[in-house]
Design a protein around this ligand. Structure first.
Ligand code: NAD
Length: 365
């Protein structure tokens, strides 16, 4: 399947062409220049939400906006702690903001979503990692170690501007971990109970683009060819994530991130090969597709291939290396095995403990 942008050329179009979701996507090198124009199409009194590392891009957008900039929030925290969200909502109301522009990774997008969920304000998202949140109607929030997520059409960004140049500043470790996070979206989407022919085509292409682009993006961070291919994969993976229901892998990642504050992308990376190896026997069709996209032929090769890819690009393979304590395994297994999770393979508390132990130790599945 040849999707728009496969040749690295800039383009823009409405995602309605693909399905019924009205997200306008602008993809291409230098498209940051279009942010102010696009934001003004959504309204006036614009608020920028950007993380610390995205200051340069956010400054450029602030210059473009001039007097249309109503407020700027830089207090972005992973997993959107409720107190950070409440402060941002008050700021948006006080400044009579009309449009939200998030510039950054999933945490900046997540804070914009928290404001949109409360106020109904439209979001223009400018992603700078491969997290994919910009393509989903899913919000997340954490409160004293509990992470809650939900779906609300109001948080789905109206416009997404993908500029591969903005991802070049990601250091290799973040590039690798974030890319594995995107791969997890595509893999789980392939075997989701509500996957469709279209979502599977897109997920498969996402895996192919990510597996091809990531080694280049890690090896040559400022080479825009690898960055473009990887960001294209992340966009498609985010689309697949937003269109389908996630399973065991995402549940584990949410519990580990919310309760133990493990880094989001790295946790996905360490878990993915193990969960893929566990699920493969129960979903041979989806895993055969994933295998093909990873240049493998057998479904059971997917978990090991993802592990090898993680090693190749320097992405985390061990939860212990991310700071997880071994005695968390039992607690997490208990929570996850008791939660309603749609997954191709049924699992017991012992299964989850085993998976977590392997991911903790960083063993090849
Ligand atoms: P992040 O947004 O927390 O970014 C990680 C770090 O990288 C931050 O310090 C950030 O400032 C920095 N950074 C971002 N872009 C950079 C760049 N181009 N160059 C250098 N540094 C850069 O991490 P993330 O992995 O992008 O997002 C994780 C968050 O997103 C989690 O809270 C997760 O739950 C959420 N998420 C939500 C969805 C959804 O659909 N709702 C999907 C994926 C992730």
């Amino acid at each position: 399947m040849r999707l728009p942008g496969a040749d690295g050329q800039s383009f823009s179009y409405s995602a309605q062409v693909l399905e019924d979701r009205a997200v306008r996507v602008i993809f291409g090198r230098g498209s940051l220049d279009q942010v102010a124009l696009e934001a003004r199409s959504l309204g006036t009194r614009i608020m920028i939400i950007s993380g610390r590392h995205e200051a340069e891009a956010a400054s450029a957008v602030s210059d473009q906006l001039g007097d249309d900039l109503a407020w700027w929030i830089e207090d972005v925290v992973q997993h959107v702690p409720v107190e950070v969200a409440v402060k941002a909502i008050h700021a948006a109301r006080d400044a009579e903001v009309g449009v939200l522009v998030s510039i950054g990774g999933g945490s900046a997008t997540g804070l914009a979503k928290a404001i949109a969920r409360d106020t109904g304000l439209p979001i223009l998202a400018v992603p700078t990692t491969y997290a994919g949140s910009e393509m989903t109607p899913v919000w997340g929030q954490s409160d004293q170690g509990e992470k809650t997520t939900g779906r609300d059409p109001r948080v789905l960004p109206r416009i997404v501007v993908y500029d591969p140049g903005l991802t070049a500043s990601m250091p290799p470790e973040l590039t690798a971990a974030s890319g594995m996070n995107a791969l997890a979206h595509a893999i789980e989407s392939l075997y989701a109970p509500d996957s469709t022919l279209l979502s599977s085509e897109i997920a498969e292409e996402a895996i192919r683009a990510l597996a091809h682009g990531l080694p280049l993006a890690v090896r040559q961070p400022y080479d825009l060819e690898g960055r473009t291919e990887t960001l294209r994969g992340a966009w498609l993976a985010g689309w697949a994530l937003g269109s389908t229901t996630m399973g065991l892998h995402h549940k584990l990642a949410h519990v580990l991130g919310g309760k133990y504050q493990l880094p989001h992308a790295g946790t996905h990376s360490a878990l993915l090969p193990q969960v893929a190896a566990f699920n493969a026997p129960a979903a041979p069709g989806p895993f055969t597709r994933a295998a093909g996209a990873l240049d493998e032929s057998l479904p059971e090769a997917v978990g090991p291939a993802l592990f090898e890819l993680a090693i190749q690009i320097g992405a985390p393979t061990s939860l212990a290396d991310l700071g997880m304590e071994r005695d968390a395994i039992e607690a997490v297994a208990k929570i996850v095995s008791g939660a309603p999770v749609s997954n191709p393979r049924d699992f017991t508390e012992e299964d989850v403990s085993y998976l977590l132990l392997q991911a903790y130790l960083g063993n090849k599945p």
